[in-house]
Design a protein around this ligand. Structure first.
Ligand SMILES: [Zn+2]
Ligand SMILES: [Zn+2]
Length: 89
């Protein structure tokens, strides 16, 4: 289990999801406790390597933006189902 960490995109103030209150795959809106600017956090778990990647935006991302995201560890797109082409070489 690794701690989910992210920081405010405006001032860089760091946060930790110690209690794991943030659900994966759901967009969460935050207000920075330091600079009071809003930001959005999305946590995605990779189907391939099971690594959680945290995405942070200053403005609410469109669904299109979210659908283009890929795993920060292995680069697998979250939008693509994994069973079509195996490209492990
Ligand atoms: Zn801030
Ligand atoms: Zn991955």
């Amino acid at each position: 289990m690794c701690l989910t960490k992210f920081s405010c995109p405006t001032c860089g103030h760091g946060y930790e999801d110690e209690l794991e209150i943030l659900n994966e795959g759901e967009l969460h809106d935050f207000k920075c406790e330091k600079c009071s600017n809003p930001f959005y956090v999305l946590i995605k778990e990779c189907v391939k390597c099971t690594v959680d990647t945290v995405f942070v935006w200053r403005e609410k991302p469109t669904w299109e933006t979210v659908s283009l995201l890929a795993c920060g560890s292995c680069g697998t797109s979250y939008a693509q189902p994994d069973d079509s082409d195996e490209e492990d070489s």
